[in-house]
Design a protein around this ligand. Structure first.
Ligand SMILES: [Zn+2]
Length: 300
C-alpha cells in the first residue's frame, strides 16, 4: 500500500511535569493501539517560569487563557526557574526514556534548556549555540548509553548557527521547522547537509478553541489536513498527554485506517540527501501561536 499517506507523531517534552505525567500516559495511549511515535525530550532544567516574560508579548496571554495553561501545566511549573529552582527534565525520569525505547518508540533531543533556546537562540553566536546543543546531546548520550541521532528545536527556533552546529554533531536528521516536506535547509548563505523533516500540521494548542473544543470538530479538522505522502504532527506531552488526552486518544482512533503511522527516524532512513530540495529557512507566523517560528521557504 504505497499510496497510503504516512503520519509521523512527533512528541515534544518541554517540562518536568510533562515528562513525569504526560509521557507515560501518551505511551500508554500509543501502545494500546500499536502506534509508534518519535519522542524528543528537553534534556536540561525546566525553566518554564522564565517563559512568563512572553506574557507581555501580544497573543501570549490570550493563548494562555484560551488553552487554560495554568490548569494544563500546574502553577508550580509556571514558577520553575524564577521563584522555584528548575528541576531536571530527562535526568529525573530515565526510566521513562528506557520504557519508550523498549516499546519501539524513537527517542531524541528537544534541546537542553527549552526556554533559553526558545527565547534567546536568535541572538546567540556560533559558539554559544553549539555549546547549548551539545549540552542536550551529552545528557541524552549519558542517560541512554547511545549518541543522539535526532534533534527537534524547542519552539521551532532555528538559525544558521543552529543548523551548522547540528551538521557538526553528525545527526541523522532534524525536525526544527514548519513546512511541507523534507528538505535541506539554506540559511546565512549556506546549504546544510542534515535533512530537515518539518512539522506539517497545526498543533492542537494552535487550533483548540478556534476550530472547536470537541473531538468531532477537531478530528474532522485533522482528517482534512492529511496530504498524500508524509505528514508530521507535533504533540506536546503537556497538552495531549495531560488535560487534552481524551482528545488525543479520539484523534488516534479517528486516524486509524486513514494513515500509516511511522517514526521520523524511519522516514530519515529513506531520504536521499542529494535528491532533497534545498529550501531557505525564514521566520514566519502561524495562526494561533505567539511570536515567530522557523518556516520552510520555496525551493531555490
Ligand atoms: Zn517544545
Amino acid at each position: 500500500m504505497t499510496d497510503t499517506p504516512r503520519l509521523a507523531l512527533k512528541v515534544d517534552v518541554d517540562t518536568y511535569v510533562g515528562m513525569r505525567d504526560g509521557v507515560p500516559r501518551l505511551q500508554a495511549a500509543l501502545d494500546a493501539r500499536g502506534i509508534p511515535a518519535s519522542v524528543y525530550v528537553s534534556c536540561g532544567p525546566d525553566h518554564s517560569g522564565r517563559a512568563l516574560r512572553r506574557i507581555f508579548k501580544p497573543g501570549f496571554l490570550a493563548k494562555m487563557l484560551r488553552t487554560n495553561a495554568p490548569g494544563m501545566y500546574g502553577w508550580r511549573t509556571l514558577l520553575y526557574g524564577t521563584l522555584l529552582p528548575g528541576p531536571q527534565i530527562a535526568r529525573s525520569f530515565p526510566e521513562h526514556l528506557r520504557a519508550l525505547a523498549a516499546a519501539g518508540h524513537e527517542i531524541g533531543v528537544h534541546g537542553y534548556d527549552h526556554v533559553y533556546w526558545h527565547d534567546r537562540l536568535n541572538g546567540l553566536g556560533a559558539d554559544a549555540t553549539t555549546a547549548e546543543l551539545r549540552r542536550g546531546l551529552a545528557v541524552f548520550a549519558e542517560l541512554t548509553g547511545t549518541p543522539a541521532t535526532a534533534f527537534a528545536a524547542p519552539g521551532w527556533q532555528c538559525t544558521a548557527n543552529s543548523l551548522a552546529a547540528i551538521d557538526a554533531a553528525g545527526l541523522r536528521y532534524h525536525s526544527c521547522t514548519r513546512g511541507r516536506a523534507p528538505y535541506r535547509p539554506e540559511a546565512g548563505g549556506r546549504v546544510f547537509a542534515t535533512p530537515e523533516i518539518p512539522t506539517t500540521w497545526p498543533t492542537l494548542d494552535e487550533v483548540y478553541g478556534r476550530v472547536g473544543t470537541d473531538a468531532a470538530s477537531l478530528n474532522a479538522f485533522y482528517r482534512a489536513q492529511i496530504q498524500p505522502g508524509l505528514n508530521v504532527h507535533t504533540i506536546h506531552a503537556e497538552v495531549e498527554g495531560m488535560s487534552l488526552r481524551p482528545l488525543f486518544e479520539a484523534l488516534l482512533d479517528a486516524l486509524r485506517g486513514q494513515v500509516e503511522f511511522v517514526r521520523l527516524i524511519d522516514v530519515a532512513g529513506g531520504l536521499d540527501r542529494a535528491a532533497l530540495p534545498r529550501c531557505p529557512v525564514g521566520n514566519g507566523t502561524v495562526e494561533g501561536r505567539a511570536g515567530t517560528v522557523a518556516v520552510q521557504g520555496a525551493p531555490a
